[in-house]
Design a binder for this molecule. Structure first.
Ligand code: NA7
Length: 556
């Protein structure tokens, strides 16, 4: 395995030498280890938690569930694994996904390569030795030729800087740091702050237990029903009979999901009645990917988008009985899908309960947390507990938490001060041999994350094989290729309706001071995969490939 060198007289191991450092042991990190081990490389994975799972380790809040169907939201790399694993429901809940990832870690003997309860605090590139040195909060530092950042897109939780939180007398939790043993809200008055994908999952569960829930909503989001159900045997059997072909089909889908049909028509081709029938059928079927994938132009044409937006607004109006709540809950400031479309189970219905109140935190913003609860500009709400569903420093947060210093002393954080810049969302100029799994500038959160992760790690693994076969020591994107990729990512986004939502976490708007840059690559997974494959086939076009001393430039 790895080589640990004791450095000093007290025998404390100070340096661990491996071929590849992997940061994070979620979906990305586990598969990174698997691929690197398959290449015969020595791997060390550093994981902050005391178990594997990443997102699914941390997000234990009530109602936590994946919005992508489990038969798609699972690894495809091992046919044995996908045949033997049984999902209990169409959409798996957090404990089941966590159990799956634990199974994967055991089945493929990945656990011995992970150092748990350890954080990478800083990483520094030593150009002379073409080595990444990773400093951790305890244990030996890790030295590796390659580093793979699998630290997640939604893994740096964020609580707004409300003054006064330290004096609150009750208990409070962020959704992504929820206690392992759960929280008993029975008979309690609860404030739920945030109504993104997390808040809409949490509310019905908390409302079923608490004596009163006050929801603080800043932006009204669109949400569609999940319509989860126990996995029918025939559905599972059918998928498993054709799994390899379906996994291939998933990569031909913009969403990276095999279970969502590819749209062929414009929303505007149909009569109003025909279109309504399509939307109604999808509403009954449930799920956001199917809904947003109903037509070719929902994210490209404002008129097409409005047909779906108004359909969902009507649904909200028909479900929510109280006119004041209905008004606050109805989204009107962004195209549907331009902010993450939420997927719920009885979210809007829950507002019809007597123990659920709704505060418009845009009209009356939260000012502070007091001893007794939450104070907005016009009232103080006394509560016993606060649930923060206030999101993450998305896509760049976890990377910027580590002080990463590349070639010539450039710090990633500084380089990205005006917004993240990558080539293919995979690598950064100035940071040789550092790979990012589903980084900004790749499809990432706008595709099935598991498909996106697998594709990235296959590319990285092929790349390392290429370097080895060509006796190359380092790979790094050129400044020019990176600039052109950033331009392309923006150009693609600007051809869609995504930038119309100026306050989404896709553009970093939820973090005060964060530069507003649209981060995911939204040309769709197939277009992206094609580019990645062509770049590799073309001798890693746009990358500088360096032997120990002489430089070979991939033509761009
Ligand atoms: P999101 O989608 O970032 O949602 C966070 C929510 O918290 C959202 O409703 C925010 O309102 C709200 N928020 C943030 N700051 C405040 C303040 N200061 N006052 C009131 N409300 C606030 O995070 P989620 O965890 O729900 O989902 C993240 C992703 O994880 C999700 O999209 C899935 O991909 C999985 P805002 O919308 O900013 O006005």
């Amino acid at each position: 395995m790895s080589e640990v060198t004791p450095s000093n007289s007290d025998g404390q191991a100070a340096r661990e030498q491996v071929d590849v450092l992997v940061v994070g042991a979620g979906f990305g990190g586990l598969y990174a280890m698997y691929r690197m081990r398959a290449l015969g490389l020595r791997v060390r994975c550093i994981e902050a938690a005391d178990g594997v799972g990443g997102t699914w380790f941390w997000n234990r809040y009530p109602g936590a569930r994946c919005d992508v169907e489990s038969l798609d939201y699972s690894y495809s790399f091992s046919n044995e694994l996908q045949q033997e694993w049984r999902w209990s429901h169409r959409y798996a809940e957090q404990p089941e996904i966590l159990a799956y990832l634990n199974h994967v870690a055991d089945r493929f003997e990945l656990r011995p390569h992970i150092r748990f309860e350890t954080r990478v605090t800083a990483m520094q590139y030593d150009a002379e030795r073409a080595t990444w040195v990773a400093y951790t909060n305890h244990g030996p530092r890790v030295e590796a030729r390659f580093a793979i950042m699998a630290s997640g897109n939604l893994s740096a939780p964020r609580i707004p800087d409300f003054p006064g939180i330290e004096r609150f007398n009750g208990e409070w939790h962020h959704s992504a740091r929820w206690p392992k043993d759960g929280v008993d809200f029975s008979g309690k008055r609860v404030a739920l702050i945030g109504t993104g994908a997390t808040g809409v999952q949490m509310l019905p569960k908390i409302a079923a237990q608490a004596s009163m829930v006050t929801v603080f909503q800043r932006t009204a989001n669109f949400s569609v029903p999940a319509r989860n159900y126990p996995m029918p045997e025939d559905e599972e059997r059918e998928q498993k009979a054709h799994y390899p072909a379906l996994r291939k089909a998933a990569r031909l889908q913009n969403s990276g999901m095999s279970r969502v049909p590819i749209p062929t028509r414009s929303a505007l081709e149909l009569s109003d009645d025909e279109r309504l029938r399509v939307y109604e059928a999808l509403w009954q079927k449930g799920g956001s990917a199917r809904m947003m994938g109903a037509f070719t132009d929902l994210m490209r044409n404002a008129a097409a988008n409005e047909t779906l937006a108004s359909f969902v607004r009507e649904k909200i109006r028909s479900i929510v009985k109280d006119p004041a709540k209905r008004e606050i809950l109805t989204p009107c400031d962004h195209p549907i899908g331009s902010r993450r479309l939420c997927v719920d189970t009885d979210y809007y219905e829950t507002f019809n309960r007597d123990n659920v109140a709704l505060v418009d935190a845009r009209r009356t913003p939260i000012q502070e947390i007091t001893e007794r609860g939450v104070r907005t500009t016009d009232a103080e709400y006394e509560v016993d507990a606060i649930a923060f569903a206030t999101g993450f420093d998305a896509m760049t947060g976890a990377l910027n938490e580590v002080s990463i210093t590349g070639r010539d002393g450039i710090r990633l954080r500084d380089k990205w001060a005006a917004g993240p810049a990558t080539y293919l969302g995979l690598m950064v100029h100035g940071f040789p041999n550092l790979f990012i799994v589903t980084g900004p500038g790749s499809p990432s959160v706008k595709a099935n994350m598991v498909t996106a992760i697998e594709q990235h790690l296959e590319w990285i693994s092929d790349c390392l094989t290429y370097l080895d076969e060509h006796n190359l020591a380092t790979i790094e994107p050129t400044a020019d290729a990176e600039d052109r990729w950033v331009e392309h990512v923006n150009e693609v986004a600007n051809g869609t309706l995504f930038p119309k939502a100026t306050n989404s976490w896709y553009v970093g708007a939820n973090i005060p001071g964060k530069p507003r840059v649209f981060m995911p690559y939204v040309a769709g997974l197939p277009a992206y995969i094609k580019i990645c494959d062509e770049v590799a086939a073309d001798g890693y076009r746009g990358f500088e490939l360096q032997k120990a001393l002489c430089l070979v430039t991939g033509h761009s």
